[in-house]
Design a protein around this ligand. Structure first.
Ligand code: ADP
Ligand code: MG
Length: 268
């Protein structure tokens, strides 16, 4: 059974439709990429899936997340699913992290929520051990110091690692990563991408990975959907889309990625 089934999803701002009938599904452990230029509707699609559209935006069609309809439901019905079924990592870790709260306290919140959900008692020592284990998993050194730090005291790459730890500490079955490495410099980008890749693989999670960057998506996704102007214009296995793109827009994306690749490979 699918973990996520999206059928004819639309997102509108008043009378203006921004996402025009997107459909796909995602099974347990599958890794799907959403790729397309800025403004093509990728983030709106992701936010509609978890019922987190900005005020003034409305979704239509159907999103079944673990069998629960997400479209048109009151927020109180969706809250239990966020984190527990699907968790999101955003492009800008500043959106996930509260600037006025120490990192340890922020990481404690999803750990406590999960323990409560699973009916586990969590002593102060248990909590501390779990915080440190999560920082270790996302390869953050000096965990004791980091737990006492404020968000502005750590690097952008470390903030994004902590945001990933917070998303995974919720214990989701689906991770939605919306441009998770776009705000990072190139070498940090590659490290965070590898980390995300191995964490998702080890936990057997489903992944919806969103990026404007086709080569980045192709590193982590088995299947991709190409979006343009609010529509899915192509869908297929990543390798096939890369080697044999059918849609003219996808052909342009692939050609641009290949030009960049060969420019980087050719010594100046
Ligand atoms: N709150 C909003 N109100 C009106 N239009 C919006 C809103 N959010 C996004 N849009 C528009 O919807 C389109 C798709 O946005 P988005 O999904 O964020 O694109 P992407 O993530 O692919 O870059 C864009 O044209 C954007 O300007
Ligand atoms: Mg976006």
């Amino acid at each position: 059974m699918s973990l996520l089934t999206v059928t004819d999803l639309t997102v509108s701002a008043g009378p203006r439709e921004l996402v025009h009938g997107v459909s796909f599904d995602l099974g347990p452990g599958e890794r799907l990429g959403l790729v397309g230029e800025s403004g093509s509707g990728k983030s709106l699609t992701a936010m509609a899936i978890v019922g987190l559209l900005a005020p003034g935006l409305t979704a239509g069609g159907s999103v079944l997340l673990d069998g629960q309809q997400m479209v048109g439901q009151p927020d109180r019905d969706l809250v239990p699913l966020r984190g527990a079924v699907a968790a999101v990592v955003f492009q800008d870790s500043r959106a996930a992290l509260d600037p006025l709260m120490r990192l340890g306290d922020q990481l404690a919140a999803p750990i406590r929520r999960r323990a409560a959900r699973e009916g586990r008692a969590l002593s102060a020592a248990d909590l501390r051990a779990e915080q440190i284990r999560w920082l270790d998993r996302v390869a953050i050194p000096e965990p004791e110091r980091i737990l006492k730090s404020w968000p502005y005291e750590v690097s952008g790459g470390q903030r994004q690692r902590i945001a990933i730890a917070m998303a995974l500490a919720c214990g989701p079955r689906l991770l939605i990563a919306d441009e998770p490495t776009t705000a990072l410099d190139v070498s940090t980008q590659a490290e965070v991408l590898d980390l995300l890749d191995s964490l998702v693989r080890d936990a057997g999670l489903s992944l919806l990975f969103i990026s404007h960057d086709l080569p980045v998506v192709s590193r982590v996704a088995d299947r991709v959907i190409v979006m343009r102007q609010g529509r899915a214009v192509e869908e297929g296995a990543t390798a096939r889309v890369f080697t044999d793109p059918q849609n003219p827009y996808t052909q342009g994306l692939v050609a641009a990625a290949r030009r960049l690749e060969s420019a980087l490979e050719t010594p100046a």
